[in-house]
Ligand binder design. Structure first.
Ligand code: GLV
Ligand code: MN
Length: 222
């Protein structure tokens, strides 16, 4: 009986472990996204293999410097499955971040992805806050890398005197973003003021002030 029971427990453990993983192993070489399909699946359906071309595995969008002439002095160029359909099902994507001196990529999180950044030019103060509310932060310079664990609030801030450029890679084809100020003070419909005043333990006037601040639309930044 004992070996049978161990075998059963082992099988159960393997089953639970494998069925809890986020992304199954690929079942084919690639599945270039058919972005126009009406079929709804987790991700995108594949283009017919006969319609797949070399260009589907190529993306030049990150070669172009983003326009940082905005309130955050920052631009994010996105290389996710929408702009680069060959990424579909591969669990990968990449952004380019351009920051003018003093520019900030404001506090945000990616619910679906961890992020690894490589500084191409300039220097950045980067930081994130853990679930234990510990703030981890460091200045990274050209040639250096940093990581942001999945789901944690983080930022990049150009503390140098020159334009900074960084490339960010994600372990998800569509990491998406929760922008802290937008989620809290710019949602539609708005979160009730009472909820916000009680959450932050401040007067309604403070919340009104935060709500009144101009805010960039989510998809302008990401
Ligand atoms: C940087 O944090 C990014 O999400 O592109
Ligand atoms: Mn990020």
């Amino acid at each position: 009986m004992a070996p049978l029971r161990s075998l059963f427990l082992l099988s159960l453990t393997v089953f639970i472990f494998t069925s809890c993983r986020a992304d199954p192993d690929p079942l084919q070489d690639f599945c270039v996204a058919d972005l126009k399909s009406d079929i709804t699946v987790n991700g995108f359906p594949c283009k017919l293999a006969s319609n797949v071309a070399s260009e589907d595995f190529f993306f030049s969008g990150l070669t172009v410097a983003g326009n940082t002439n905005n309130m955050f002095k920052t631009n994010i160029t996105i290389g996710n499955v929408h702009s680069f359909p060959g990424l579909n099902t591969l669990g990968l994507s990449m952004n380019r971040v351009d920051l003018a001196p003093g520019g900030i990529n404001p506090l945000h999180s990616h619910p679906r992805a961890s992020e690894i950044g490589f500084v191409v030019q300039g220097e950045l103060l980067v930081g994130f806050v853990s679930t234990a509310n510990v703030f981890y932060s460091i200045v990274v310079k050209a040639g250096e890398s940093f990581i942001i664990p999945r789901g944690l609030f983080h930022f990049q801030y150009n503390t140098g005197n020159e334009n900074a450029v960084a490339v960010m890679a994600f372990d998800n084809q569509l990491p998406e973003v929760v922008m802290a100020p937008l989620a809290l003070f710019g949602s539609k419909p708005a979160i009730p003021i009472d909820v916000l005043t009680k959450t932050f333990q401040v007067d309604a006037s403070v919340i009104q002030l935060l709500i009144s601040k101009p805010r960039r639309r989510k998809n302008f930044l990401h």
